[in-house]
Design a protein. Sequence first.
Lengths: 113, 112
Amino acid sequence: DAGITQSPRHKVTETGTPVTLRCHQTENHRYMYWYRQDPGHGLRLIHYSYGVKDTDKGEVSDGYSVSRSKTEDFLLTLESATSSQTSVYFCAISSTARRYEQYFGPGTRLTVT
Amino acid sequence: QKEVEQDPGPLSVPEGAIVSLNCTYSNSAFQYFMWYRQYSRKGPELLMYTYSSGNKEDGRFTAQVDKSSKYISLFIRDSQPSDSATYLCAMILSSNDYKLSFGAGTTVTVRA
């Protein structure tokens, strides 16, 4: 998975609790992305980062925040989880030279009960 | 209307058959066109990409882009059971931010 790890790989949490997902890369790539994947919707961009402390919103950013304090780590936080945020979350990375090539991590399966 | 439309299938073919997958898109500004393969409970992996119109071959895989009709295709020749996966098309709208727009994915099963 192109030097990308995600943690945790599985999580069950209750509605209203905060949740943080971590993406870690060893490729030293500048760009990092968070997607969610739901049946019938494919992959949808939540937030992305174009450098340390530089982030921007994607298509479905409501209810999510991100932080990137180091090149290798990109955190996704659900401040107060809702059942509609039950999904599989994928992190992706791309380099400056080949931004069109995004490489994905193994995913985190999140269930909000 | 979604930016990228992809028939979710499922598609079931016998081993050795040609698999044909298609996507249509609505925005004429798309520049890069990708195909990702995703095995069950795994992350998507980049299979092929093309820039602008035309064909690109990589082994048993051929990607086609027809920008005049806003249509992209992926063909898998001599399909194998190991090709059983979900295939997602994706496109980059702008070279400013390189955000990917994905189709919903087509699930393919190759029967031995």
